[in-house]
Ligand binder design. Structure first.
Ligand SMILES: NC(=O)c1ccc[n+]([C@@H]2O[C@H](COP(=O)([O-])OP(=O)(O)OC[C@H]3O[C@@H](n4cnc5c(N)ncnc54)[C@H](OP(=O)(O)O)[C@@H]3O)[C@@H](O)[C@H]2O)c1
Length: 223
């Protein structure tokens, strides 16, 4: 499948690398290709060093990446997500599955971040309203990037991932992709309004991160 991953951060790289490893044709989207390639990392490796280790993954503007894709992934910062998807182009999102992994985290008041939307709305819903012809599926936002990409790193992948979205076929496509990646317990929460719950576990996730001192953990729903 031709996949465009909007985002050059930890999540964008982890997902893009994993999709490519699984044989998909992957392009990462960014604001400006030249400045992304020239950028020194604040932490971790530079995009250029990562790209050298992942030569099958392309890099293009948000619009160019989305123009050629069959499925899009929003791995942009929560505060910039609508703007990034707007740059990708409404027409380039229309009729395609849009996996949304973003969290509406607001760091403006310091740490821990708060949720900029919650209770009666969610970022997943805002994205769906802004791009009504995209088939938005919220998923993977409840775990760290390395577990999103390869859940087998922890307990053989025996933990849960949630999907929320209005289109049943889109959710099936995403569930298939998640299973290819190694996710074993894909829980369909329901329509896109159920993204509220998936986003509102973030305050708990952040406190668990603090308590454990590592992001290598995930939720498992026992039933
Ligand atoms: N890190 C994790 O483990 C994790 C886990 C669960 C969910 N998430 C969610 O996944 C998303 C991605 O997280 P991340 O840590 O990989 O990356 P991030 O630093 O939150 O976002 C990086 C991406 O956002 C774009 N961006 C940032 N500010 C922008 C602005 N003002 N205008 C346009 N684009 C902007 C950047 O564009 P350029 O490429 O042009 O720089 C880049 O592609 C976030 O929503 C986060 O909440 C992260």
């Amino acid at each position: 499948m031709k996949i465009a991953v909007m985002g050059t951060g930890t999540v964008g790289r982890a997902l893009a690398g994993r999709f490519a490893e699984l044989g998909h044709d992957v392009t990462v989207g960014t604001r400006d290709v030249a400045s992304t390639l020239a950028r020194e990392p604040e932490q971790g490796e530079s995009y250029t060093a990562w790209a050298r280790a992942n030569p099958a993954v392309g890099l293009a503007s948000f619009a160019d990446a989305a123009a050629g894709s069959e499925l899009n992934v929003n791995a942009a910062s929560g505060q910039a997500a609508i703007e990034v998807l707007g740059a990708a182009g409404e027409g380039n999102l229309a009729g395609k599955v849009l996996i949304d992994v973003s969290n509406p985290l607001d760091f403006s008041g310091g740490l821990p971040p708060t949720l900029s939307v919650k209770d009666t709305d969610s970022l997943g819903e805002r994205i769906q309203r802004a791009f009504p012809e995209a088939l938005v599926v919220k998923t993977l936002n409840t775990m760290n990037a390395s577990l999103m990409a390869d859940p087998r790193r922890l307990a053989g992948g025996d933990h849960s991932v949630f999907v929320s979205g209005d289109d049943p076929d889109a959710k099936r496509t995403v569930a298939d992709l998640l299973e290819q990646m190694g996710h074993t317990d894909v829980v369909d929460l329901g329509d896109i309004t159920t993204a509220r719950g998936a986003e509102m576990v973030l305050p708990l996730w952040l406190r668990l991160f603090g308590a454990f001192g590592t992001a290598e953990f995930n939720f498992k729903v026992v039933r």
